[in-house]
Design a protein around this ligand. Structure first.
Ligand SMILES: Cc1cc2nc3c(=O)[nH]c(=O)nc-3n(C[C@H](O)[C@H](O)[C@H](O)COP(=O)(O)O)c2cc1C
Length: 207
């Protein structure tokens, strides 16, 4: 018995479908989950919160990264475990980390038992004085992260020609009373910190 005649166009369409299915099967699965940058801050009068929001702006400039901004006291174990990068920020109190901030972050390890290994980390601080201890606070936050096995970095800069490039230890703002508060240049440092965190999180943790 003769086989029924199948029109050429139907045969071609079937062949196309088969090769498309093959191509899909061969393609490695592309997971488009964004990397998560958690920005955890302590702020009593709003200055540090303003810088935290600046860091979030920088994170959002990088495709494939999302920013989660939370007061440090509201951060849960789940927030920490889901984060690919953690950025910590607080005011300077007596040239040091405010007690409430320190208690909160100590608990992440001590009580919550969060494993922070290889999460990307960065820090920022505000203070009323020019040399009031802001950088000491930034470094103390970074040391906390290094101790918790995180990979730390700061914002990147370059001159107009791109010849000279450098990094800083974190972002900061001078807030008064002899100062107008968080200004454009200080916010630019916050944006840069957010961008760096998001880029590094993508390099280390892209899924
Ligand atoms: C108890 C206390 C101690 C402070 N000690 C310092 C200090 O040592 N150096 C400094 O530059 N500012 C100091 N400040 C000022 C705060 O760091 C500054 O106002 C900060 O921007 C407040 O942040 P916030 O608005 O996010 O709460 C101190 C403020 C308080 C309340």
């Amino acid at each position: 018995m003769n086989a029924p005649l199948i029109p050429r166009s139907i045969l071609l369409a079937a062949l196309c479908l088969i090769s498309a299915a093959d191509a899909l099967a061969a393609e490695p699965a592309v997971d488009k989950q964004p990397v998560r940058v958690l920005i955890a801050y302590y702020s009593r009068t709003g200055n540090t919160k303003q810088v935290a929001e600046g860091v979030a702006v920088g994170v959002k400039r990088i495709a494939g990264a999302v920013a989660i901004v939370k007061s440090v006291e509201d951060v849960s174990k789940r927030d920490l475990e889901a984060a690919d990068a953690i950025v910590l920020g607080c005011p300077t109190y007596f040239s040091n980390i405010p007690g409430k901030m320190k208690v909160a972050i100590d608990d992440w390890n001590w009580k919550m038992k969060v494993d922070m290994t290889d999460k990307v980390g960065g820090a920022f601080s505000t203070g009323s004085g020019q040399v009031g201890g802001k950088e000491h606070v930034v470094i103390s936050l970074l040391l906390f992260m290094i101790n918790n096995r995180m990979v730390v970095a700061g914002p990147l800069y370059q001159d107009a020609e791109g010849d000279d490039k450098w990094a800083e230890s974190g972002a900061s703002a001078m807030t008064g009373p002899l100062d107008p508060g968080v200004d454009k240049k200080e916010l630019d440092g916050a944006y840069r910190l957010g961008e760096r965190m998001a880029r590094l999180a993508k390099k280390l943790h892209a899924r």
